[in-house]
Design a protein around this ligand. Sequence first.
Ligand code: ZN
Length: 341
Amino acid sequence: MQRKAHIDPEMPLIDLHRHLDGAIRLETVIELALRNGIALPAGDVEGLRPFVVIEGKGSGLMDFIGRFRYLTAILTDLDACRRVAYENVEDAAREGIDYVELRFSPWFMAEPNGLAPEGVVEAVADGIIAGERDFGVRAQIIGILSRTYDIETCHHELDALLAHRDHLVALDLAGDEEKFPARLFRDHFRRAREAGLEVTVHAGEVEGPRSVWEAIRELGARRIGHGIHSLQDPALVDYLVEHRIGLEVAITSNIHTGAVDDYAAHPIAEILGQGIVANLNTDDPAISGIDLRHEYEVVAPQAGLTQVQVRQAQANALEMAFLTDREKAVLLSNRKSTGTN
Ligand SMILES: [Zn+2]
């Protein structure tokens, strides 16, 4: 029988690494595609599912990213962007999530249908604010620069994000880590830090420790997206522990991108065992076909986490959240007074 872990109901349930455009409902994709005449490989949810959702082991990060095109194809206007952002918050509420940081690249969402990136940022912020109000989930937004675009385009993408700086909490860098190293984006992240944004960077997912070091030293990352290959460098492990730089781990996603072979081979237990601050996240629920509860309850024990480590991951998420101490205390006391999940 498969062992199941449980989520501590007295600790907030938190997702810090969830791509908003990787969490679009397939029902919404089909509905908007039919309404707006968007060509998809199937006309219903079940037919579309195998094109979007990965089963078993994936075939590399670029195949994984390629699946986004079916989700972003339906973003034909800003109302669609607003709607998917709003539904993201509703879905987080349904999962029992108390606090979520949703991230997106405005260029990546704008590009398929030629929308204005700045308008996309505003529409997403609108949708999330409305979702927070209607569903009682706390949500914040992380802007992403897609490193796969050129350096200049990323400056324009950053302009679009900074035009709505008050709606953002942090800046991230995502995309092809091998071909576009962090150092190319030093100026972008300096601008973001000067604007008061926090920094988290996708690194050490495909590439090794050097990529994580670059994210920290060149971009000022306070958290790392994935960072699972950090264990290869003991000096980096020491640095992460000492400076409490958190790793946003997404176990199923790592299997689906091919970064890790299977659940049993995932280094999350070792990461926590070394004292690194790390939590569990979904990354792209629509593409992985999972939610956060599944990652904690089903996937974590398969990856070798004990119940104590599962609770530690929950506690780490609260520590890692881009919130003030006071906001964290509110999340915690709300949970303790409710005590149910
Ligand atoms: Zn990610």
